[in-house]
Design a protein. Structure first.
Length: 132
């Protein structure tokens, strides 16, 4: 796994809602916005599944995820890629369920996103350059 730098974390934290992308087992892409998530640590993001249909199905068949975040103020943008564990029980699921219930949402599951790669995604000559 890769640790996110404070700069990358700051850009992701500002991105509301957070766009995430998955693909089914044939490679057909799917992109959605998620609003309920948090950093577990510098290598892991927890995403609550309240209404993820295709995304949850995709991750169960192909546990890979990508997200992108852009900060218009600093003109920084990053793409983050990694693997996902989809949980429907356990302590982390219980925490996600509690978060969801506090907003009167169902909390059907939790995605544990393990960060493996980070890319510069701001426009210009460095776009697409792997930074970690």
């Amino acid at each position: 796994m890769v640790k996110l730098s404070p700069e990358v974390k700051a850009v992701i934290q500002k991105q509301k809602p957070l766009p995430i992308a998955t693909a089914d087992k044939t490679g057909k892409p799917n992109v959605i916005f998620v609003g309920m998530w948090k950093f577990i640590d510098d290598e892991t993001i927890m995403i609550v599944d309240n209404f993820l249909k295709k995304t949850a199905d995709n991750l169960k068949a192909n546990p890979r995820l990508s997200l992108v975040a852009y900060d218009g103020e600093s003109k920084q943008s990053y793409q983050v890629k990694g693997s996902v564990d989809y949980l429907e029980k356990g302590d982390t699921f219980d925490e996600a369920k509690e978060m969801a219930l506090s907003k009167k949402l169902p909390g059907k599951g939790v995605l544990i996103f393990h960060i493996e790669e980070v890319f510069d995604s701001v426009y210009g000559p460095n776009a697409g350059t792997k930074i970690s």
